[in-house]
Design a binder for this molecule. Structure first.
Ligand code: NAP
Length: 284
């Protein structure tokens, strides 16, 4: 039976570390502020936004909430972002995705100032991640690396297969694993022989968006399996892209859903907000 990677515990430890560092900045009179923008009333987005605001409160950041109706136009949203970019008291801007279909997400992400891009989605942040210079790392993939490191799982020299190539999960997860000296294969919906490729992975990262897509036939004996997927059934029960019950007896480590990668996203967002505040006040 695999060791279960406890993302909830690690995420709480990270939030406590951020809180402790932030207390020192608060004593010096510096308070971090995150602006959270939600357009529309998507129930899942509302829950994510609520949890992000709760985390800010816990670590001692101010969170400013901009909850707008789905009738908000793209121009209105771009105008709001411009205001937030120019507000020197704001350290981070987070626009909750997805946006209503009449708003171009890429345009909105591009409008966020890279120095406040705590989600790490701006092309400048992505470029910085690829070349390894200062920027903000995207929270979910950075959370994966943090989980592996805190469980002392060796990445250097390991074969890593990433299933999925989205801009928010697959591609950045692959780049960050490469930065840690893994040998990385990225797979997607056009990949041939996916089972064979996955079966060669020492570390298998799955962000495919299909419930229980990966079963034990895709997993090498003793592999580390990281499940990024989140699916909610009609009874509100969460499950992942990996068939946990089937894979847990073959893997050496596995992340559960819920309680694996999911909680790490907000913890890493708090880390990015702290970094932004430290940069603003010249503490890094
Ligand atoms: P996405 O944008 O839908 O991307 C899915 C990826 O899977 C695509 O690259 C797609 O390939 C690939 N794919 C689809 N079918 C495949 C197949 N049969 N074989 C191989 N690859 C296949 O999803 P996402 O935004 O990356 O999210 C992935 C999962 O992670 C979702 O369950 C989402 O809810 C979850 N998620 C969790 C967090 C968190 O924990 N905080 C954050 C973000 C997302 P193509 O590119 O060829 O279409």
């Amino acid at each position: 039976m695999a060791e279960i990677i406890d993302g909830k515990k690690i995420s709480e430890a990270i939030k406590d570390e951020v809180k402790a560092e932030n207390e020192i900045l608060l004593e010096k009179g510096f308070k971090g502020t995150l602006a959270v923008v939600l357009v529309g009333d998507d129930p899942a987005s509302s829950v994510y936004v609520k949890n992000k605001k709760k985390a800010c409160e816990y670590v001692g950041f101010e969170s400013l909430s901009y909850e707008k109706p789905s009738s908000m136009t793209e121009d209105e949203l771009l105008f709001l972002i411009d205001e937030l970019n120019n507000d020197e008291n704001i350290d981070g801007i987070l626009v909750q995705l997805p946006l209503p279909p009449h708003i171009d997400e890429d345009k909105v992400i591009a409008a966020i100032s890279p120095i406040k891009d705590v989600d790490g989605f701006h092309v400048q942040s992505v470029g910085a991640m690829v070349v390894g210079t200062d920027g903000f790392l995207p929270c979910t993939p950075a959370g994966i690396i943090e989980l592996l490191k805190r469980y002392d799982i060796k990445i250097d020299g390991k074969n890593c297969v990433v299933v999925g190539r989205s801009n928010i999960v697959g591609k950045p997860a692959a780049i960050l694993m490469l930065r840690e000296n893994a040998t990385v294969t990225i797979t997607h919906s056009h990949t041939k022989n996916l089972k064979d490729i996955c079966s060669d992975a020492d570390i298998l990262i799955v962000g495919v968006g299909k419930r229980h897509f990966i079963n034990s036939e895709y997993v090498k004996e003793g592999a580390v399996v990281i499940d990024v997927g989140i699916h909610r059934d009609e009874n509100n029960k969460l499950s992942g892209d990996v068939d946990f019950e089937d894979v847990k007896n073959k893997a050496s480590y596995i992340t559960p859903v819920p309680g694996g990668v999911g909680p790490m996203t907000i913890a890493m967002l708090m880390k990015n907000c702290l970094l932004s505040l430290k940069r603003r006040v010249g503490e890094v």
